[in-house]
Design a protein around this ligand. Structure first.
Ligand code: GDP
Ligand code: MG
Length: 201
């Protein structure tokens, strides 16, 4: 059994220079603004206010680091969850947007500690061009020691027919709701497996 034993906020960074030292394996959460990045981090860690939800827009422009302690039987595993700024409609000037974009891109491309990219997709809009672009971008840049995991959020909003469409296009799709917690355990296991290999549960 894998569990999150503890989780806490470490720091916010606006650039690669401000990030924590390289070392602990990182899980980077990437996706459009409002897709549910902060909510899923809170659901995974069972801490409601850990990653601030959209009510604090300032924080969503920063790269936010969280230390997460997993336990499996008597073993503990230390991981860093990283809540990345959302791409898409930020109401700021073009030059400011470009600077964030640069900082975000530098983190994604240069950060050695990233092991897993969790690409969150709103399950109500599973085929957006911007998500397709992000996936292609990640596919192109990942190193052999990195993996991409697609997770479809807000599954509580779907009808069964919507679920079928997603499953047809993405047979291994992980459908998750941070509201009713469906799929959360399975997705957490998938992340853990990508980080530390197969578990015998
Ligand atoms: N119905 C539903 N709403 C969700 C879910 N996850 C997040 N939300 C809502 O979507 C909005 C954006 O969530 P947030 O986690 O802040 O998204 P972020 O911008 O990607 O960090 C908030 O109003 C959340 O309450 C979910 O699983 N189901
Ligand atoms: Mg957020």
């Amino acid at each position: 059994m894998i569990k999150v034993k503890d989780a806490f906020f470490v720091k916010s960074a606006s650039s690669l220079e401000e990030t924590t030292p390289e070392g602990i394996s990182e899980v980077a959460f990437i996706g459009r603004s409002n897709v549910g990045k902060s909510s899923i981090i809170n659901a995974f860690t069972n801490k409601k206010g850990l990653a601030k939800s959209s009510s604090t827009p300032g924080k969503t422009r920063l790269i936010n680091f969280f230390n997460v302690l997993f336990t499996q039987e008597d073993k503990t595993f230390n991981v860093q969850f990283v809540d990345l700024p959302g791409f898409g409609y930020a109401r700021v000037s073009r030059s400011m947007k470009e600077e964030w974009q640069r900082n975000l891109t530098r983190y994604i491309e240069k950060r050695v500690s990233i092991r897993v990219f969790v690409h969150l997709i709103d399950s109500r809009h599973p085929f957006l061009e911007s998500d397709h672009d992000v996936h292609a971008y990640l596919e192109k840049l990942i190193r052999p020691d990195q993996k991409i995991l697609r997770i479809f959020t807000k599954s509580d909003k779907l009808k069964q027919s919507d679920v079928s469409v997603i499953k047809k296009h993405y047979p291994d799709a992980l459908l998750v709701s941070s509201s009713n917690k469906k799929g959360i355990d399975k997705a957490l296991h998938a992340i853990f497996e990508m980080l530390f290999g197969v578990e015998n549960d």
